[in-house]
Design a protein around this ligand. Structure first.
Ligand code: ADP
Length: 465
């Protein structure tokens, strides 16, 4: 493990090494088991053959009536016939003396041992050679002795040696191949990681336009690449938006500053001696300062709206007292306007929004309704409940908005009629702020309008209990 901690070893080598080891260990365990199963099976086969031989000898002796040692001595030929290659068969009397012995390439000097009580199988190593020794008691009414069969495991040894050799060769080949496959796997994996790193470097050095060519495969790596591309698209979009915003904001700031500058130089040159110019310029300059102040405050509001986080445990509020309060204030500000509240909601209607943000939304839409009204100085505020939302609709009977521009009014600094809006003191940020706030609360703001007839802005705010 220490090896992998080394900072100089690349991921490619780590992966190659790990996958090679994994493949090799799997192969090794599998082969080891296979070798031992085959070996055991071969030994069983040898033992079975020996047992069969001893059974045949016993049957032969059992068939003889009054079996004597002489009969046994004379059975040498039969024993030779029954004997197999690399095997020794002998019959011992009770004291361990050899009565008859036949051998076919299996000379072994066996030390005498006591007569067995039942069939015995022993394994012996003699001169580096493996033997199985079978001892079976020979009991008849006339004879008491032991049948012994010793078998040299030459065939078994050859087969296991061969198996061992083949498995070792395959093992070495497997090791080389697993290293090779491991390397291929690593190359494939690391290759794609390198593409990712290279694209990141390109983005860092050359700008945000570059994206990764995602390979056709549908694995986690390509998923990561797709995600990366999507994330870069989003970052680029936000970056462009931010750039545009800064450009627009500085443009908006430049106009009142230029006007202020103009009036100040006018004052400096003529105003000191001409009371008319002094009066007019001071008035205009004050107006522009007022605009600047509004612009700066709205920019601040927008920036705050962008960072709103809505807590999960927000306490829902009753929208009606807030609406009534705001309408009351508007009534004081615009006494010639008529504000009608049309409440179709139940007493229990609650919205999941803070009072402060709800007030802010009402101020923006009511301010627009008043600003863009004409002769008909009436504004209706209706409240209704829907399945998921409480919807507050503000309707005016003013100039309206052309259909093709309805969507655009939510963009920052967008004004339908720039000159007119400016004249009314609008900076084009009100609806952008409203949208930003309502989006944060998972609500919706929609606008419907007809030129010359009026506008309805609907604020749909998630219901609370
Ligand atoms: P502003 O401060 O200019 O009013 P807003 O973002 O609130 O900015 O509105 C964007 C534009 O949408 C306004 O400049 C105006 O042209 C149009 N607008 C908004 N509300 C109304 C309305 N009630 N009636 C007509 N036009 C509207």
């Amino acid at each position: 493990m220490k090896l992998f901690r080394s900072e100089n070893v690349s991921l490619k080598w780590k992966l190659t090494f790990l996958s090679a080891i994994a493949i090799f260990i799997t192969y090794f365990v599998f082969t080891f088991l296979q070798y031992h199963v085959v070996k055991q099976w071969l030994l069983n086969e040898e033992e079975k053959a020996m047992k069969k031989t001893v059974e045949e000898i016993e049957t032969y002796y059992a068939e003889k009536r009054n079996l004597s040692w002489k009969d046994i001595r004379q059975s040498k030929q039969l024993l030779e016939e029954l004997n197999e290659k690399y095997q020794l068969i002998r019959v011992l009397d009770r004291k361990g003396n050899v009565v008859v012995s036949v051998s076919n390439g299996a000379s072994i000097s066996l030390s005498p041992s006591g007569a067995p009580k039942e069939l015995q199988m022993d394994y012996h190593f003699v001169n580096d050679e493996r033997f199985i020794i079978l001892r079976e008691p020979l009991h008849t009414s006339t004879v008491n002795g032991t049948i012994e069969i010793a078998r040299r495991l030459v065939k078994f040894q050859r087969m296991t040696n061969m198996l061992f050799f083949i498995m070792t060769v395959i093992g070495v080949v497997a090791m080389i191949m697993s290293a090779f496959i491991g390397r291929l796997v690593a190359q494939n994996f690391v290759g794609r990681l390198k593409t990712l790193t290279k694209t990141m470097m390109d983005i860092k050095n050359k700008g945000m336009k570059k994206r990764i060519d995602v390979p056709a495969s549908n694995d986690e790596m390509s998923e990561l690449m797709v995600m990366f591309n999507k994330m870069m698209d989003e970052i680029e979009r936000l970056f462009d938006q931010q750039k545009q915003f800064v450009e627009d904001a500085s443009h908006e700031l430049r106009t009142p500053i230029a006007i202020l500058e103009g009036h100040l130089s006018l004052l400096q040159r003529w105003g000191k001696h001409n009371p008319d110019i002094l009066e007019e310029s001071l008035k205009a300059a004050t107006q522009e300062v007022e605009r600047l102040k509004k612009l700066v405050f709205e920019l601040l509001d927008l920036s705050r709206a962008e960072t709103i986080t809505v807590p999960n445990d927000i306490v829902p509020i009753d929208p009606k007292p807030t609406i009534e309060q705001v309408v009351k204030n508007f009534h004081v500000l615009y006494p010639n306007f008529q504000f009608v509240i049309d409440d179709l909601s139940s007493k229990a209607a609650r919205i999941r929004m803070t009072k402060y943000h709800f007030e802010q939304l009402l101020l923006i839409v009511l301010d627009n309704a008043v600003k863009y009204s004409q002769q008909a100085k009436q504004v209706t505020i209706s409240i209704k409940e829907e399945e998921r939302f409480v919807t507050v609709a503000v309707r005016d009977y003013g100039i309206g908005i052309p259909r093709d521009q309805l969507e655009k009014v939510f963009l920052r600094f967008y004004r339908v009629d720039k000159a007119r809006s400016r004249e009314k003191g609008g900076v084009g940020l009100g609806l952008a702020i409203a949208k930003e706030i309502i989006d944060k609360y998972d609500g919706q703001i929609t606008i419907d309008s007809e030129v010359g007839k009026g506008t309805t802005v609907e604020l749909s705010i998630p219901r609370g209990k």
